[in-house]
Structures are given as C-alpha cells and as structure tokens.
Design a protein around this ligand. Structure first.
Ligand SMILES: Nc1ncnc2c1ncn2[C@@H]1O[C@H](COP(=O)(O)OP(=O)(O)OP(=O)(O)O)[C@@H](O)[C@H]1O
Ligand SMILES: [Mg+2]
Length: 250
C-alpha cells in the first residue's frame, strides 16, 4: 500500500525528516508516537502532498507508484485521506455539502458521473448512524463553532464517506471525551478492511486500547527509532520518551 524509503524533508531550509523508512501493507493499522516536534505531522503532511515541505531525498510509493510528483488533490483521488490536527472553518458550507463536493470531485477525477442524490443520502444516513452523528450536525457550517470533539467526529465522518485506501489520523483522539473516543474508534474499526490501511498518530496509549495497531513506531528527531507491536505503546506510557532517547544515544 504505502512504501516510504529513506525520506528526508525540510521546511524553510531546516531538516525535519532525516531518513524515514516505513512500509504499510493493506489491512494493517500502524500507530506513530513520539515527542512534540518529532516530525509526525510533517510526515503525514508530506504523504498527503502539502507543498510547504520539500522532499530532499527518498521516495514515497502508493500501491507501487511514486506519488512524489502528485498534487494533494491527486493523492486524495488516489485514496489518501489526511485528517487535520487543526481543521479549517468554512463558513456557509455545510458538513453535508462539503463531503458531497469532495466525493463528486473524486468521482469526476476518475471519469465517473456524480453520485445520484438518492445514493448519496443513503450513504450519509448509514455513515452518520455508524458514527452516532446527529442529523442537525450535518447541516451546520463546516467546523464553524465546532467543539474540539465535534471537529474530530466530523473528520471521521469525512473518512467514512470517502472510504480512502490509506487514512492518516493525526491526533484524532485529542480533546475527545470517553464516549466520543469510543465512537470514533469503533468507526475506524468498522471501516477497517483487508483492502485499506490506517496510520494513527497519537500521544496517548489509551486510543490504542480501542484501535489496536499491528505496529507501533516511535518517531524521534525525524527518524523512526523504534518499532514494535501494541505493547510498545504501553512501555512508552510507563517509561516515557527519555527511555527511547537513552537507547538512541547509547
Ligand atoms: N511549516 C513549517 N514551518 C516551520 N517549521 C515547521 C513547519 N512545519 C513543521 N515545522 C517544524 O518541524 C518540526 C516538526 O513538527 P511536526 O509538526 O511535524 O511535529 P509533531 O511530531 O507533529 O509534533 P506534535 O506532537 O507537537 O504535534 C517542529 O520543530 C516544527 O516547528
Ligand atoms: Mg503533530
């Protein structure tokens, strides 16, 4: 699904990623953890194709194709979904209209016709029920006045509607109350299949009780310094990042 080799990247001349290797296969869930400023959001932005970052060496392949030259929307159409750590507000555009447009744009890029209104409504109904989203919420302006938890839930709704091949969730758990955490995690688990993959970026082991990862990676100073299974997250919770730093330095 996703293969990253020796990825180096910088922003405004400052090196941020310093040789990332990561392979994510279909059907897998990977968690990325690591201290503030390690480069987690940068890595996800680069996978999604955000232009402020400059890839100085290395490669990113999606399903065997180099995506380095693709624009963010082309990557989205190819099946990459990135949730935002800080979502944007779009006054006057409702949650529903935003997602309708996104779906139809993606269909258009693939040479398909717009999704019939009936199918769209059915899909919206199904996914909003799955994620326990109130109907009234769907007609609100995108992210305008949304609480932290509402923003996160909206992201997962977008993901559920778009059915991406590769979903990257950047701190989707921060600011969620216990119930919302459970709903969002259940949503992710239900959407998981043998054909798609998920990367979750989180600071909290707690999320990984709900979304059990196949692999946990620790990103530190632009490099993946440790990879393990779900138990690595528990160990981090217990020992903190100093433990990793000591290991890296020894
Ligand atoms: N657009 C940018 N301009 C300048 N510096 C940037 C930019 N984006 C990222 N950086 C820097 O790159 C480093 C890595 O940032 P990044 O957001 O990837 O960290 P993170 O691991 O996601 O941290 P957090 O856990 O706090 O979200 C930081 O030092 C940050 O200041
Ligand atoms: Mg971040």
């Amino acid at each position: 699904m996703l293969k990253i080799e020796n990825l180096h990247a910088e922003v405004e001349g400052k090196a941020i990623l310093k040789g990332i290797n990561l392979e994510v296969k279909a059907g897998e869930v990977h968690a990325i953890m690591g201290p503030n400023g390690a480069g987690k959001s940068t890595l996800s932005s680069i996978i999604a194709g955000k232009e402020e970052y400059e890839v100085t060496s290395g490669s990113i392949e999606l399903e065997g194709e180099d995506i380095d030259e693709l624009a963010p929307e082309e990557r989205a159409h190819a099946g990459v979904f990135l949730s935002f750590q800080y979502p944007v507000e779009i006054p006057g555009v409702t949650v529903t209209n935003f997602i309708k447009t996104a779906i139809n744009e993606s269909r258009k890029a693939k040479g398909l016709e717009e999704m019939p209104a009936k199918d769209m409504l059915k899909k919206i109904r199904e996914k909003s029920e799955l994620l326990e989203i109130d109907r009234k919420f769907l007609s609100r302006s995108l992210n305008e006045g949304f609480s932290g938890g509402e923003k996160k839930r909206n992201e997962i709704f977008q993901m559920a509607m778009l059915e991406p091949k590769l979903a990257i969730l950047d701190e989707t758990d921060s600011g969620l109350d216990i119930d919302a955490l459970r709903i969002v995690s259940n949503g992710v688990n239900k959407l998981k299949s043998k054909d798609n993959a998920v990367i979750v970026i989180t600071h909290y082991q707690r999320l990984l009780d709900y979304i059990v990862p196949d692999y946990v990676h620790v990103l530190h100073d632009g490099k993946i310094v440790k990879t393990g299974d779900a138990s690595l997250a528990l160990k981090l919770e217990e020992k903190g990042y100093d433990w990793i730093k000591e290991e890296v330095n020894s």
